[in-house]
Design a protein around this ligand. Structure first.
Ligand SMILES: [Cu+2]
Length: 365
């Protein structure tokens, strides 16, 4: 009776598992880790598989012994429990065998960890800085530096300001305005840090995830083999818009990379006040300048935004310590700051009518 019931349960579980497996496969759900696109990510994947096989084998063996014992030594068969309470042999065995298994598993894992830490002699270095809620990329060898934030369409959809259905937007919440463009087959050192709170830079295809911590610089590297677009996200809860600061790494061939570098260096910096405001300020103060009551003040009609320019420049340059209002002096150029401040003084019904110039901003630095 009992055995028959048990068999039914097992059949049932197997059928539902296989159903789950096929529906998830057809829906392109990946149940496993990604293999990624770097030698390290493949090693991480292989390690994961080795450990998975080891623990599966141990699990099967342990449960087999357990179920066998339950069945063959059950009370209805007249089994009588052994009555001993100390066995040196048993205790030594169940200590030494697991220790050996752990040591054997630790050897390849440590080798990979050491390789991951080996950041010396890179071909190039990129510094990644987390901000609430965007990323900044500095190409240390090229003097290229830019912000990368959630693309406009995703942003509109998530705020309910777009007609587009979420399902119709490819890479919804996983797309940005400026990709991090990198060459393939180069050792790229990636430094992570942050300007406000702790973030984490995570692109699964690269096989690692690293915290970006204010005041610290973490050191990592990657070597991408195949051109492609690899997406990721901030992986450390960093405040209200944590879910809206994706990462897009675009790996290209060396000539394409050099052309991109050339373009970045020669194209004039575009100063579009509305766009600058949207990128840097609207997550908190909102596109309509109304802020969010209780958290972020409205700029429409704000005493500072329509008061004397000096105080307005001061709070944008230096921020307000202890609040979410960061100092934008170190982030943005005089031209960009002058454009944003002038915009704020003359948008959403603010009509101060004055023009703040880059010279005014420079004088206040
Ligand atoms: Cu973050």
């Amino acid at each position: 009776m009992f055995v028959k019931k048990l068999r039914n349960y097992i059949v049932c579980a197997a059928v539902s598992l296989s159903a789950l497996w096929s529906t998830s496969a057809s829906a392109e759900y990946a149940l496993n880790l990604t293999k990624g696109v770097t030698p390290i990510s493949r090693e991480v994947y292989d390690l994961h598989m080795i450990i998975l096989y080891v623990v599966t084998a141990i699990g099967v063996a342990v449960f087999a012994v357990m179920f066998w014992s339950i069945l063959h030594h059950r009370k209805s068969k007249g089994a009588v429990a052994a009555q001993f309470h100390h066995s040196t042999v048993a205790e030594l065995t169940w200590t030494i065998i697991p220790v050996l298994i752990l040591v054997v598993m630790a050897i390849p894992a440590t080798k990979t960890l050491i390789k991951m830490e080996e950041t010396t002699s890179p071909d190039m270095t990129i510094k990644v800085t987390g901000y609430q809620w965007k990323w900044k990329y500095d190409y240390m060898d090229e003097d290229i530096s830019f912000f990368s934030s959630l693309n406009e369409e995703s942003n509109k959809i998530r705020k309910g300001e777009s007609e587009t259905n979420v399902m119709d937007h490819e890479n919804y919440l996983l797309d940005v305005d400026n990709h991090v463009v990198v060459p393939v087959k180069k050792k790229i050192r990636i430094l992570t840090t942050a300007a406000d709170v702790i973030h984490a830079w995570w692109v699964p295809a690269l096989g690692w995830k690293r915290d970006a911590i204010p005041g610290f610089i973490n050191d990592n590297w990657t070597y991408i083999e195949e051109p492609g677009i690899y997406r990721g996200q901030c992986a450390e809860l960093c405040g209200r818009d944590h879910g809206f600061m994706p990462i897009v790494v675009e790996a290209v061939t060396e000539p394409e990379y050099l052309a991109w570098v050339e373009k970045m260096k020669t194209q004039p910096v575009e100063i579009n006040p509305e766009k600058l405001y949207a990128t840097h300020c609207s997550t908190c103060h909102q596109a309509n300048g109304q802020g969010l009551p209780g958290a972020f003040p409205a700029l429409a009609g704000s005493p500072i935004a329509i008061g004397p320019a000096a105080a307005h420049i001061d709070i944008v340059l230096n921020g307000k310590p202890g609040t979410a209002m960061l100092a934008y002096g170190p982030q943005l150029s005089n031209e960009e700051l002058a454009a944003i401040i002038t915009y704020e003084r003359n948008a959403w019904g603010n009509d101060v009518g004055d023009v703040v110039t880059p010279e005014d901003v420079q004088a206040a630095r």
